[in-house]
Ligand binder design. Structure first.
Ligand code: XMP
Ligand code: MG
Length: 176
């Protein structure tokens, strides 16, 4: 893989910033009566989106971090294991799970189900990107910035083997 090559832009940094601003305003409005909002970043891909989103949401909130790994295995559903769990007691709280991309949907559905067992007031999801063409799990994002076609994308936190996360835009990755 040639790491120095140009990655073509799918969504520019300016478009991302504009959509995050809109999303943040909706979130602040929807949660204005919340007894406590905990925003949970799904590591690692969502960390840049999370950082920009929480700074744009004009209300008090707390943050936490979760890391999940999904194994394809031999079944079509596969399994998702939590590798790093949140420290926050979410009982009675509103939880907003922040993820980079909703692809098959398995990761976010599994995390949502795990968090729902902990007596939160609510669990919702916010994703930067939604790739509905590949959805297999019964989940739709409550908040999303962009719907994209079935392309492998990198940048703005998303990686290919840990590379390209630092790109300020979302680009299209193609194998060379
Ligand atoms: P699900 O469980 O929805 O998985 O299938 C979502 C996770 O899959 C990864 N993913 C991608 N990562 N470019 C990436 O860099 C992509 O186009 C892509 N599609 C899926 C990502 O880690 C996400 O959290
Ligand atoms: Mg991810």
């Amino acid at each position: 893989m040639d790491c120095k090559r140009e990655i073509p832009v799918l969504i520019s940094a300016e478009e991302i910033a504009a959509h995050i601003k809109e999303l943040a305003a909706r979130i602040a409005e929807d949660y204005r009566d919340s007894p406590g909002l905990t925003v949970v970043c799904v590591l690692s891909g969502a960390y840049i989106f999370m950082a920009d989103l929480v700074r744009a949401v004009n209300m008090p909130l707390t943050m936490d971090f979760v890391r999940a790994k999904s194994y394809d295995g031999t079944t079509s559903t596969g399994t998702v294991r939590v590798e790093l769990d949140i420290k926050t007691n979410i009982a009675g709280k509103d939880v907003l799970l922040v993820e980079d991309i909703l692809d098959t949907g398995r990761t976010l559905l599994a995390l949502k189900e795990i968090f729902l067992t902990r007596a939160p007031r609510s669990v919702k999801t916010a994703v930067l990107l939604d790739k509905p063409a590949r959805r297999t799990a019964a989940i739709a994002a409550d908040y999303r910035c962009f719907e994209i076609p079935d392309l492998f994308v990198v940048g703005y936190g998303l990686d290919c083997d840990e590379q390209f996360r630092e790109l300020p835009y979302v680009g299209i990755f193609t194998q060379t």
